[in-house]
Write a protein that binds this ligand. Sequence first.
Ligand SMILES: Cc1cc2nc3c(=O)[nH]c(=O)nc-3n(C[C@H](O)[C@H](O)[C@H](O)COP(=O)(O)OP(=O)(O)OC[C@H]3O[C@@H](n4cnc5c(N)ncnc54)[C@H](O)[C@@H]3O)c2cc1C
Length: 487
Amino acid sequence: MSYKVFDICIIGYGPVGATLSGLLSSLGLSVLVIEKNNGVSPTARAINTDSEQLRTFNFLNIAPKIIANSRKIKKVHFTDSEFNPYSTIDIPKEDNLGWPPALLFYQPELETIIRDSNLKYKNLKILENTKAVNIEDTNPIRVDIRNDRKDSRIYCKYLIGCDGANSFVRKYIDSKLIDFGFDQDWIVIDAHTTKQIDISKDEAKQICDPNRLQTYVPGRRNHKRFEFKLLKGETKKDFTKKKVWELLSPWINKNNSKIERAVVYKFHACIADKWKDKNIFIAGDAAHQMPPFLGAGMGTGIRDVFNLAWKIFLVIKGKANVNLLETYQLEREPHANWTVQQAKLIGEMMEQFSYREKGEKYVPSNTGYGEVFPHLANGYYGDPTDGLIATPFCRFNLDSSEKDSDEYFGWNFGLISKKKLPKEINLILKKMNIKFLSVNDNKLKNYFKDANYLLIRPDKYLFSRSRTNSELKEALCELEKQFSLIT
Ligand SMILES: Cc1cc2nc3c(=O)[nH]c(=O)nc-3n(C[C@H](O)[C@H](O)[C@H](O)COP(=O)(O)OP(=O)(O)OC[C@H]3O[C@@H](n4cnc5c(N)ncnc54)[C@H](O)[C@@H]3O)c2cc1C
């Protein structure tokens, strides 16, 4: 009997699965999505995105639409109980990626934008109301699915579990969650103002009140997000409607706002020890979970799939050796681990400030909170302490066309230089499918300090900076060693 074998099957059509399915479909691969629910989840959980995710969303041509439906934020304060700031993070309108570094959105709307954009792909099939119930790691991989109590099977070359915190795929590949020991109950309240009121519109607040830690985030349009830590002994039963309005009383009231939902969440911090088994992968909340203080849970998942999409594409198209797929966990896991630890640390910093107001001491389990994401732990060549190598490369407008650098390079590896290339290098670039751009641009001044050649990856991380032709040849050899591009 003949059956269709999809290039990719994605289990889970949350924000991470939806983004991945768009990215892979845009590359022409045949993609099947299996989602047990129907329609976008109405629950607004994630609220903050950043420039790196917007870069990814722009590969789906939806970044401007997301920005148009979001709120740009100017500051994040850590304050005492009376809202006096202990410390403030200023957020610029744009960073060197050419997108806002922090942007507040409404999750059901964001997911709708991604899903609407996915509708254009004829090579993307979405089965909603369908649950993945079993996996057989055969060749091709078999996934047993259940829809309206009817059982059937689908087949694929690669399977990716974007199936959230209780991931079925993670359990199938026998991956264990490493727990970082952070478990806190918080009530998360989404409200919408119905009148103009005097409430901070472009500043978020982490309120380190010794009586109860709190978070306020001004969402897009009238959406407002509030989070309150549960006190010792409190349970969700204590949070009656009356109690919820009481908590909100310094901010909003029944006369000027409506509550959409108030739900108690258990925040925790953990990471999976195994992200891949043969041709089966996990990404997003399936691979890591973190408290929302950094606003980076979904973002970490979007980074996972931007990393994975081009690798799977190159391997399926025979443009890279299958070893390339081994770099997924090597590159993503340390970065995600850092992010989970940072999110946990922000929670601990809030505790520390609140203890200070009480005149008591609290020592966080870690130190070294930084606002900037770290460089990749693997997948580069050179010294990343220059602050450039292994970090997201900037986006700039080309002199010669309307395009920007991201559009010009697309999903290709790229070489940027101010110098003409020798014939020998041109031949190597051709063999490795690397796209060349000659620039004479002041915007890249810091990148070209002590360097004449910049190698960038398809996900726009800077691979290397080289000064001489022989240094460039070394970097290209290293690129080949790490990514096996000559097949
Ligand atoms: C209060 C709160 C605030 C947050 N704030 C932020 C923030 O500001 N910024 C940020 O980046 N992140 C934030 N997060 C985290 C963010 O919401 C999650 O990281 C993100 O939603 C995870 O997306 P995902 O696609 O990996 O998983 P999910 O959204 O959980 O999607 C998984 C999907 O898989 C489906 N599924 C599961 N099992 C199966 C199966 N067997 N068969 C078929 N389908 C299946 C599910 O139905 C679901 O649709 C926050 C989270 C919370 C709780």
